[in-house]
Design a protein around this ligand. Structure first.
Ligand code: BGC
Length: 435
């Protein structure tokens, strides 16, 4: 999600470069002789995604199975890198060279940017036939549409403001129960540190820093403050004493992480909790996919709770697939089948049990889901009513990618540089928000 330039500028620059390159190609390469008509082949559907960890790969393979069952061939286009920054860079270079994949995992306001470039196919025919407007929460449907047309299909709802814990590590340290406030968290973390384990498993990558930061802002300031500061980007909220307090709390967390945290991937970080090396992790519920893939169950191998101070709020993160405008009729059929498969009850059930998220279809039966997913589903509905439902800025749901990337940089600089003052960080965040 970290873009140093807007999508439009990149597309223009790279399209020019490709156009120049093409001229030479045409001059140098003779036209190929017409080949004999091949036997009708299965359409291969190239799907770009960044689901490469254990739990994620298990989820992606369900999508593959579903599509193959509809007679298409899955061409995997996985680009490793949590949070999807790498995948977005690769996607842009493929799109600007005039060769986009059939579908790509893109979400939030970035969907609008791709639509504005005129590159997306409408999937309205599927959406209308299958009544997506009735199936989906409005807050989700709105994000999937550009100019009133569906251009993306949503897969799930991830909650970001989670805290994961290893119950054995807590017990050994004499911590009873999950901390509900930041003060309680620091008391528990001190005990774990004393017991010789890492209190807070953290992967020092910009998007992971940002993920923790948004949960701290939500916990310290509440949903309304979060909305003002990180969705509306209100300068007064960013400069406020509440933000000062959030940044101080965020900085304090660093003292509970281990020295090897820098650069660690998120799933390796979750593995520290799974393996009993660390007490807590703050991460969205794709982390639950890792616990599940390791054969653990909530309440036994691991615990889940809303991050301190955020029980009545919910930072949502909806994964979705955009479909590119393609001429080939087979590809268009595959896109319609993919969109339809994604929203089917069967797919929503099995995919989300592996992924750690909850189904995006309203009223989906949660009986077979675990307790963390049930809590997520209940809290999603409750927070939508109370005003506690807010989009995740760290996961590309709240503001446009360029601004989110700039704010993320400011937050990461603050996390990494202990000499950078809180006041200076507030200034840098404010500046990033206005660029
Ligand atoms: C995506 C998840 C993914 C996670 C880690 C999030 O932004 O929404 O689907 O599992 O990043 O890569």
């Amino acid at each position: 999600m970290k873009f140093n330039y807007t999508l439009g500028a990149a597309l223009v620059a790279a399209t020019l470069a490709t156009a120049c390159g093409k001229k030479e190609d045409v001059a140098a390469t003779p036209a190929p002789a017409p080949a004999a008509a091949p036997a009708p082949a299965k359409t291969s559907v190239e799907v770009l995604h960044y689901w490469t960890s254990g739990g994620e790969a298990a989820s992606a393979s369900e999508l593959k199975k579903m599509l193959e069952a509809k007679g298409h061939e899955w061409k995997d286009f996985a680009v490793a890198g949590g949070g999807g920054d790498n995948a977005m860079t690769v996607l842009k270079s493929r799109a600007v060279s005039g060769n986009p994949p059939t579908a790509a995992q893109v979400k939030g306001p970035a969907i609008q940017e791709w639509a504005t470039e005129g590159m997306l196919a409408s999937i309205d025919s599927v959406a209308q036939a299958e009544k997506w407007d009735e199936l989906l929460p409005k807050v989700v449907a709105d994000v999937m549409k550009a100019n009133g047309s569906y251009v993306a299909a949503p897969v799930n709802v991830h909650r970001v403001n989670w805290m994961w814990a290893n119950p054995e590590v807590l017990k050994q340290a004499g911590v009873s129960g999950m901390p509900k406030t930041w003060d309680e968290f620091f008391v528990a973390a001190d005990k774990i540190k004393k017991s010789g384990n890492v209190a807070l498993a953290h992967g020092g990558q910009n998007w992971q820093d940002f993920t923790v930061f948004e949960s701290v802002v939500l916990g310290v300031g509440g949903a309304e403050f979060y909305n003002n500061a990180l969705v509306k980007l209100d300068p007064a909220a960013i400069a406020s004493p509440t933000m000062t307090k959030a940044l101080n709390t965020f900085r304090k967390l660093k003292g509970y992480t281990d020295a090897a945290s820098t650069g660690r991937d998120w799933n390796m970080t979750t593995a520290m909790v799974i393996g009993g090396k660390a007490g807590f992790q703050f991460m969205g519920d794709w982390a639950k996919g890792e616990f599940t893939a390791a054969g653990q169950k909530p309440g036994e191998g691991f615990l889940c709770a809303a991050a301190p101070g955020t029980a009545n709020a919910y930072t949502f993160n909806v994964d979705s697939f955009i479909m590119f405008k393609l001429k080939d009729a087979g590809a268009q059929k595959a896109q319609a089948d993919l969109a339809s498969a994604i929203l089917s009850t069967e797919f929503q059930e099995v995919f989300n049990q592996n992924k750690g998220s909850i189904p995006v279809r309203l009223g989906h039966n949660m009986d077979k889901f675990d307790d963390c997913a049930k809590l997520s589903a209940t809290d999603f509905v409750a927070s939508a009513k109370s005003g506690g439902l807010v989009p995740s800025i760290a996961h590309g749901m709240a503001v446009d990618p360029a601004k989110a990337g700039a704010i993320q940089d400011a937050v990461t600089q603050f996390w990494n540089d202990d000499k950078l003052s809180v006041a200076e960080a507030q200034k840098r965040i404010a500046q990033a928000a206005t660029n």
